[in-house]
Ligand binder design. Structure first.
Ligand code: ADP
Length: 177
């Protein structure tokens, strides 16, 4: 990923992040309250490489980031090995898992596959800085927040696409500014 400092200093993280203004909201999970079947549906209906995990839909406070492949493997092995993991089992990304009411299915604890420290920038961070961090840390994605609330995601491909788009639209500004 090349740093295109000539143009990125005028572009902010909010200009490159997804979702766009008219897109559906970011697909994320809550740290508790979701069932195995809810997560499986989201996995089958999307192709995203990963999902942010938030405290609650209302707070949108970030807890971590979970990779799609880790979710798939964990659910699969949970269903195979652990007694009682079924479609209606609750998934917990929390540190502690409350005692389940009698006769409810065993919960699936997924804290261990959660990246608790995903890289995050605010929506007003200049893309020049974001690109620099991507290069230095070899990031594949970065989350975007506003006032501590999760707002969006920027992937390496999003940045490359944005650079290509800018080059097509306004080549002079890139070459001579
Ligand atoms: P890539 O950008 O490498 O194809 P993904 O498949 O994860 O990576 O993402 C595809 C597109 O969807 C990107 O534009 C990205 O910003 C966006 N995206 C990634 N994860 C999510 C998510 N959980 N919810 C909504 N959009 C996402």
């Amino acid at each position: 990923l090349e740093a295109k400092e000539e143009f990125t200093h005028r572009t902010l993280a909010m200009d490159v992040m997804r979702p766009r203004r008219c897109d559906p909201p970011l697909t994320c999970f809550t740290q508790d309250g979701m069932k195995v079947e809810d997560v499986e549906t989201i996995i089958s209906e999307t192709t995203y490489s990963g999902f942010p995990v938030v405290v609650s839909k209302e707070s949108q406070r970030l807890v971590g980031f979970v990779l799609r492949r880790d979710l798939i493997i964990s659910i699969e092995s949970g269903r195979k090995r652990q007694d009682g993991i079924v479609s209606t089992s609750l998934i917990y990304f929390t540190e502690h898992c409350p005692v389940q009411p009698p006769n409810s299915p065993a919960p699936l604890k997924l804290r261990s596959v959660l990246d608790l420290c995903p890289f995050t920038v605010t929506d007003h961070t200049p893309m020049e800085i974001v690109v620099d961090i991507f290069r230095k840390l070899g990031l594949r994605q970065c989350l975007v927040t506003h006032n501590g609330r999760l707002l969006g995601i920027v992937t390496k491909k999003d940045i490359l696409k944005h650079i290509a788009q800018m080059a097509n639209q306004d080549p002079d500004s890139i070459m001579f500014n």
